[in-house]
Design a protein around this ligand. Structure first.
Ligand SMILES: *[C@@H]1O[C@H](CO)[C@@H](O)[C@H](O)[C@H]1NC(C)=O
Ligand SMILES: *[C@@H]1O[C@H](CO)[C@@H](O)[C@H](O)[C@H]1NC(C)=O
Ligand SMILES: *[C@@H]1O[C@H](CO)[C@@H](O)[C@H](O)[C@H]1NC(C)=O
Length: 349
C-alpha cells in the first residue's frame, strides 16, 4: 500500500533531514521503505511530450513526504533561514512561494518579525464582490502595484469583481454546473452542502458565491504571480496557503464538498493526482461530493489514465460531461474538458 508507505516515510524523512549521523529506521518501519514511490514522478511521461513548460504551480507538484523535499532545495532553504534574530525578517515572499511550491514547508522562521503594514484595517466587506481596496500598496515583485491594476488584466485572473459576480451562476454548456444546480442536485439526493474546500481557488470566487448561499468554503491558493491569498482574505473569505501536493489541513470526514478547478489538470503527475484524490476522499464525509470543474487532459489520457484513476474512488457518478477544449492549445493537443460531480458512498468500501 503506497499510501501507508508514504505516511510512515514522513517519520523517516524527518529524521533523515536532521544533520548528524542518521539513525537506523525503527524496525517496524524498515520493511516499508522499499515501497516508497520514486521521487521523480511522471514529468517525462509519454503523454506529456511536445508541450510548453507548465507553470510553477504544477512543475513542482511531486510526491514528497512532508519536509523531505527541503533536502533537495538546500540553497533556497539556506537563503530563507538567513536572517538576523530579533530584527525584521527579510522581505522575501517570492522565496517562500518557491519553497512551498517545491513541497518544502519550512516551519515559520524563528526569532525574526514579519513585516506588517502599520494601519488598522477597515471592516471586511459584507459583499464578497465589492471591489478590492485601492489604497493597499502591493509588494514590488508583482507586475501591478495595486488591485485595480490587476482588475484590468486578463479577466481569468479573477480580480475584476464585476466579472467574478457572474461566475458559477449560469449554465451555458454541459460543462457548466452552476451553484443553484449543484445545490439542487444535493437537495434532491437528500444531502446537504454546508462546508466545502475549493482547491486552487484563485481569488476565492467559488467561496464568495457559496457564501451568498450560507455555505462556508475554504480556498486553497498560492501567490504565484499575483496576490491571490491577500485578495481572498480581503473578501472576507479564508485562504489556505497550500500547494496541490500538500495534505489538506482539515480533519477526516468533515466536509460536504471539494471542488477542483482549473489548477487540477493533466499537468499534475498521475501519482500526485492519485494522492490528491485520496486526500479529498479522506476529508469528505460519506455522501459528500467531489466536483471536478473543467478538468482538462488529452482525450486519450482521459480514457486511458484519468477515468480509471477517478474510478478507483468508487464514487457514484452524478454528472459526467466531456467536450472538446476548443481554444488553440486544446485543439492542437487534442484536449478535452471533463466536468464531473461524484458522490462518496455512505458505506465504507
Ligand atoms: C494603480 O496602478 C496603476 C499602474 O501602476 C496606476 O496607473 C493607477 O493610478 C493606480 N491606481 C491607484 C488608485 O493608485
Ligand atoms: C442565509 O442566512 C441569512 C441569515 O440567516 C438568511 O437571511 C438568508 O435567507 C440565507 N440565505 C440563503 C440563500 O439561504
Ligand atoms: C472533438 O475533437 C476531435 C478531434 O480531436 C474531433 O474528431 C471531434 O469531431 C470533435 N468533436 C466535436 C463534437 O466537435
Amino acid at each position: 500500500m503506497p499510501r501507508c508507505a508514504i505516511s510512515s516515510c514522513i517519520l523517516l524523512c524527518l529524521m533523515a533531514s536532521n544533520s548528524g549521523p542518521r539513525p537506523p529506521p525503527p524496525p517496524a518501519l524498515r520493511h516499508t521503505r522499499r515501497h516508497q514511490p520514486p521521487h521523480h514522478t511522471h514529468h517525462k511521461n509519454t503523454h506529456h511530450h511536445h508541450h510548453p513548460t507548465p507553470s510553477d504551480l504544477l512543475l513542482y507538484t511531486k510526491i514528497s513526504p512532508i519536509g523531505s523535499s527541503c533536502k533537495n532545495y538546500q540553497n533556497l532553504l539556506h537563503k530563507y533561514m538567513n536572517c538576523t534574530p530579533f530584527t525584521l525578517c527579510p522581505n522575501d515572499s517570492p522565496l517562500v512561494e518557491d519553497l512551498i511550491l517545491r513541497g518544502c514547508h519550512p516551519l515559520p522562521r524563528r526569532r525574526c518579525f514579519s513585516t506588517t503594514a502599520a494601519v488598522i484595517p477597515a471592516l471586511l466587506p459584507t459583499d464578497p464582490f465589492s471591489p478590492l481596496p485601492e489604497n493597499i500598496a502591493l509588494p514590488s515583485h508583482y507586475s501591478c502595484n495595486n488591485f485595480s491594476c490587476f482588475a484590468g488584466l486578463k479577466s481569468e485572473l479573477g480580480f475584476n469583481m464585476q466579472i467574478e459576480k457572474t461566475r458559477f451562476s449560469v449554465y451555458k454548456t454541459d460543462l457548466d454546473l452552476p451553484i443553484p444546480q449543484l445545490l439542487q442536485l444535493a437537495k434532491s439526493a437528500k444531502s446537504v452542502i454546508r462546508l466545502a474546500i475549493d482547491i486552487g481557488g484563485g481569488t476565492g470566487t467559488f467561496a464568495a458565491q457559496m457564501k451568498l448561499q450560507n455555505v462556508t468554503v475554504l480556498t486553497t491558493t498560492m501567490n504565484v504571480g499575483a496576490p491571490y491569498n491577500d485578495a481572498v482574505a480581503l473578501r472576507g473569505l479564508v485562504p489556505l496557503h497550500v500547494p496541490l501536493q500538500q495534505r489538506l489541513p482539515v480533519f477526516d470526514g468533515v466536509v460536504d464538498l471539494v471542488r477542483c478547478g482549473h489548477a487540477v489538470n493533466r499537468w499534475i503527475p498521475v501519482t500526485a493526482m492519485e494522492f490528491l484524490f485520496f486526500d479529498v476522499d479522506r476529508v469528505l464525509r460519506g455522501g459528500g461530493y467531489l466536483f471536478l470543474d473543467h478538468f482538462f487532459s488529452r482525450r486519450l489520457d482521459l480514457e486511458k489514465v484519468f477515468t480509471p484513476l477517478i474510478g478507483k474512488l468508487k464514487y457514484k457518478i452524478v454528472k459526467w460531461a466531456v467536450a472538446n477544449k476548443t481554444d488553440s492549445g486544446g485543439v492542437k493537443n487534442m484536449e478535452v474538458y471533463l466536468t464531473a460531480l461524484l458522490q462518496k458512498p455512505l458505506i465504507t468500501k
